[in-house]
Design a protein around this ligand. Structure first.
Ligand SMILES: C[S@@+](CC[C@H](N)C(=O)[O-])C[C@H]1O[C@@H](n2cnc3c(N)ncnc32)[C@H](O)[C@@H]1O
Length: 271
């Protein structure tokens, strides 16, 4: 394995921060070296400096995205932090909308988006909801669009929803399951970098932005929250993971419970 010096590690860390907002502390040096060694091997390079040069070489326009894909942490699973899905279900039962619009702003390989879609479709019915799933990683977005997962990954999906929305693979697909096409019709996956200017997206009733801000430093986190809040309807909800907090970031949000925040309505009230 090719080793990386502290100075070259810092060059990569700076580049990743510029391109994806991700903050890598010195402790992540080994992680970066291990993950990027495969790329050095792929190009037959002998040093990280050579790879850094290649990243900026117009002859390899796609390599920057490949590097970002290798350095993002994509862990996710169906119905992760189930209290958030219970919250969504009770909100859907309590309030009426012609169409619910939800943005899942770091959707990784899609499990979170499909979990949201199962709850939405089950409670409000097809045609009355839309979910936008977005991520910076094109590799994860490709997996998400495919919507096929190993069978053991279905363990956290409630049995009733599993039966209703997932198809067990047979023949060459044995050992996997696929998300029903009916659900996919209400979903769009797009590449969106949360640390760059957002494309026009419209307004959302809820925004799930879970387990991504832990990779940002405080100024980046502030900037991302401000940007994302611009896409949330007054009275709408923003949901982070239980290990993240938006406390003190903006007075526009009121905490409903830990990790669930509501945007103030124009008259100043949250509820
Ligand atoms: C740990 S996963 C979280 C997945 C899911 N939200 C969950 O809670 O299970 C973090 C995701 O954030 C994405 N990510 C990292 N930086 C990003 C950025 N600047 N813009 C958009 N997505 C980003 C990564 O590609 C990764 O898929």
């Amino acid at each position: 394995m090719v080793a990386i010096s502290d100075a070259v590690f810092r060059k990569f860390a700076r580049l990743l921060h510029e391109r994806a907002g991700i903050h890598l502390s010195e402790q992540k040096k080994m992680m970066l070296a291990t993950r990027l060694n495969k790329r050095l091997q792929h190009f037959g390079l002998r040093s990280f400096n050579q790879y850094f040069t290649l990243l900026n070489d117009p002859a390899h326009p796609d390599e920057m995205q490949v590097m970002i894909d290798h350095l993002t942490t994509n862990e996710t699973y169906f119905f992760r932090e189930p209290a958030h899905f219970d919250f969504l279900e009770s909100l859907l039962r309590r309030e009426r909308r012609e169409q619910w619009r939800i943005w899942c702003a770091a959707s990784s390989s899609g499990e979170e988006v499909y979990s949201l879609a199962m709850v939405l479709d089950d409670v409000v019915g097809t045609g009355h909801w839309f979910v936008l799933g977005s991520d910076i990683s094109t590799r994860m977005l490709a997996q998400a669009r495919r919507g096929v997962y190993p069978e053991e990954d279905n363990a956290t999906i409630p049995q009733r929803l599993l039966k209703k929305y997932c198809l067990k693979g047979v023949g060459a697909q044995a050992g996997s399951f696929a998300i029903d096409r009916r659900l996919k019709q209400g979903i769009e996956f797009r590449q969106i970098n949360l640390t760059a200017l957002l494309p026009p997206l419209g307004q959302f009733d809820l925004i799930f932005i879970r387990n991504v801000m832990i990779y940002f430093n405080q100024p980046t986190k502030h900037e991302v929250v401000k940007r994302v809040l611009g896409q949330l309807k007054p009275g709408g909800y923003i949901i982070t993971s239980h290990s993240e907090t938006l406390h003190g970031i903006t007075s526009e949000l009121a905490m409903v419970k830990p990790s669930i925040y509501q945007k103030q309505r124009r008259d100043g009230g949250a509820a």
